[in-house]
Design a protein around this ligand. Sequence first.
Ligand code: ATP
Ligand code: MG
Length: 444
Amino acid sequence: MATPRIIPRPDHPISRKDIDHDTLKVMYKLKDAGFEAYLVGGAVRDLLMGKKPKDFDVATNARPRDLRRLFRNSREVGRRFRLIHVFFGPKNVEVATLRSAIEPPDGSDDLYIDDDNQWGDLESDAFRRDFTVNSLFYDIRDFAVIDYTGGVEDIRDRLVRAIGDPRTRFAEDPVRMLRAIKFAARFGFDFETQTAVGLAASLEGIHKASRFRVTEEIFRTIIQANRENGLRLLWQAGMLHQLYPDWVKEIGEDGFAQILEYFRNVDQAAEQGWFYPLEILATGLFVPLLDTVDVGRDNFNQVAARVTAEVRELGLKMELPKRLINSVVELLRAQLYLLFFAHLSKRVRRFAASPWFDQAWRVHELAFGQVAELEPVRQTWIAARESLGSQIGGLADSPDRRDIFSFRGRTGGGRLPNGRNGAADEVEDDAEFVEPELVDDGEA
Ligand code: ATP
Ligand code: MG
């Protein structure tokens, strides 16, 4: 039995007023029914750092059947594990029973292990978690923080440290490597030495992970704060070379530097409270493919066909959802459109008024906004767009929370996040970018 470090309420900054109201209700109800109830994982970590948590997860010694009985407004959900969602209107609080160290095999994302020995106590639940900073508990009985793994110190020292032997933990679940990088990037933390060594030695194991979870984690890295840093860490670790060798070869070091700049611009917008939809973020990974374009020499249709073919091929190899690949193709073709046709006033007027313009414009700003030679081209387009009077969309005031897999089918998936989307709001889910009349309209 390990003895945890207990940090009593006066010695830590977590206050009940910073905890979501419904989550508190769930914890109190559990406590009143005689169960243990803890706030766990990311929420405790974020609150200790003085950040606002994305979501609040609860752990308890009550079993799923107790939970279903206790909370009428609940549902059992299983992805890799059995969890209970307690509903409060459209929102839900996730409650999990304390677990033992038993892991479901990877690749079993849609199944959950249904074996009674999966349950455990606080200690086993702390040690089966991935990183020390993610294994803290906040006890609703006395408001103390319970730390079995040294997470409180590691938060103070700004370290991502695997719990237990890093190689073993990365071998058990290779997605943890991506999670380590994601957290290091988001918080600006370093890897604890052995964790860094273990990560470097375990890279190839990533091929054993479910591609589903891999794609999800990669996209989380570019949706969260410090995207540029996240991509750089993924590159430096050699992870992108493992996962996307063809893409790495195609874009090269220079292309990657361009991509970092794109995401630096995304980061800066986010710091101002502006966020881009997933389509625009995904497009950032492919902008270097436009590098060799020479407007004076090339033919629009030929270049567009080449870019389309390249993105399709790479995107499929990277196992990106097809609808997302289509959006990237559309947004990249639109970049070519902006470059090739700025001198054709009829086309400029028509495209500036089309529902695809705003997102395309945002990609242009992120990728080429600092290219001085393009200033005249930009002036032309922005004048045409501004003459319409409406606000330029393609941005929202909250992050895009759509699941990357909502892009899998031709249908499904949500709209752009609510907010100041302007014209982009009118884009149909399934709408594809169609260049307005590519046939010669007598202007050229
Ligand atoms: P975020 O702010 O990104 O949601 P989080 O720490 O809450 O960060 P989640 O993915 O929501 O991360 O997972 C919740 C918790 O579950 C983690 O804090 C961690 O304790 C545990 N966990 C998640 N994934 C793993 C994993 N692959 N292996 C071990 N523990 C994990
Ligand atoms: Mg979480």
